[in-house]
Design a protein. Sequence first.
Length: 120
Amino acid sequence: MTEIKSESGGRVIVSNEILAIIASKAALEVEGVTGIGGYFPGTVKNKTVRKHMPKSVAVAVNDEDVKVAIAVKVEMGAKLHDVSKEVQNRVKAAVETMTGLNVTEVNVRVAAIAPEKRKA
């Protein structure tokens, strides 16, 4: 759980699972990304957290700094560098905008290439 500073005097607590969902949805908006998938072994050691967290997204929070690792599936023919860079930009923007936290890293792993759809 991550506590976000609130100027209203109350507390706002966001789970790492919610941060992972925000990152996943942002990545799926990128043209060329066909899905989220893959696993980052060793990034989430707590089995309870790992069970509930999307396996394709790992989030680490230190105070107000967030590091995200996300595995994506990309369509065949897409420019991997361009797609990955856009995933990084969108994930960073989404997490920062929705939470006010500072995203220091977004590491993208291309986990799969989606096969081309056959023309009828």
